[in-house]
Design a protein around this ligand. Structure first.
Ligand code: SF4
Ligand code: SF4
Length: 201
């Protein structure tokens, strides 16, 4: 007969005094280790809907939809597709927009309620209607940029509106005057307004 190894003997003696390693789940849920990758949750205030987490998701468990009529962006986390790899948490732009919880008991018999959705306002180019990004994203950049934000019209505008000020009177059209450059414009339209329409290039 093979003699028991010392390590196994130690484990057996330990189990006699301290009890088994296994828990009596589900009657007594076990507490996961603090770095456990459990259910993923958004933080509505900290997520800016930039989409970085959608780009890095290897399981196609995240998606973004832009509604140009309502001017809203939705981000959806499809929990049933998630492999809990943590890429989205690790690469989150704000580092606080999304996190793992310690929740692991996610079984259910109906295929609904798995989606986690967050929505925020979109900013569109006032000249061509292209999506620039979300208001929250622009604000986040403006606050990190500090006083340099006032050199960028999009950032200046979003900060002004955040503080309840109307930077310039609005007109229906965007005439090619420098005084009208304080608009939300995509890079292409800003180039057109600055170079082509103002300077004739
Ligand atoms: S944990 Fe991984 S699979 Fe799940 S949403 Fe994040 S990146 Fe995608
Ligand atoms: S802020 Fe973070 S969680 Fe929100 S969309 Fe960007 S990367 Fe994803």
């Amino acid at each position: 007969m093979r003699k028991p190894k010392l390590r196994e003997l130690g484990e057996a003696i330990r189990a006699i005094f301290l009890g088994p390693y296994t828990s009596k789940f589900p009657s007594k849920p076990s507490v996961p280790e603090h770095r456990f990758r459990g259910k993923i949750e958004f933080d509505f205030d900290k997520c800016i809907l930039c989409g970085a987490c959608v780009e890095v998701c290897p399981a196609n468990a995240r998606a973004q939809e832009d509604d140009l009529i309502k001017r809203m962006r939705r981000e959806i986390h499809y929990q049933e597709r998630c492999i809990y790899c943590g890429q989205c948490v690790g690469y989150c732009t704000t580092k606080q927009g999304i996190s793992h919880t310690l929740e692991y008991d996610l079984t259910q018999i109906e295929n609904k309620g798995f989606e986690n959705v967050i929505e925020k306002e979109l900013i569109l180019c006032e000249k061509c209607g292209e999506v620039i990004t979300t208001r929250a994203h622009l604000l986040w950049i403006a606050r990190r940029t500090g006083e340099l934000a006032y050199a960028n019209p999009n950032l200046f505008l979003v900060l002004s509106q955040e503080y309840g000020e109307q930077a310039v009177p609005k007109s229906a059209e965007i005439p090619p005057y420098r005084s009208e450059h304080l608009r939300f414009l995509c890079p292409s339209c800003r180039r057109t307004v600055y170079l082509k329409e103002i300077w004739g290039y």
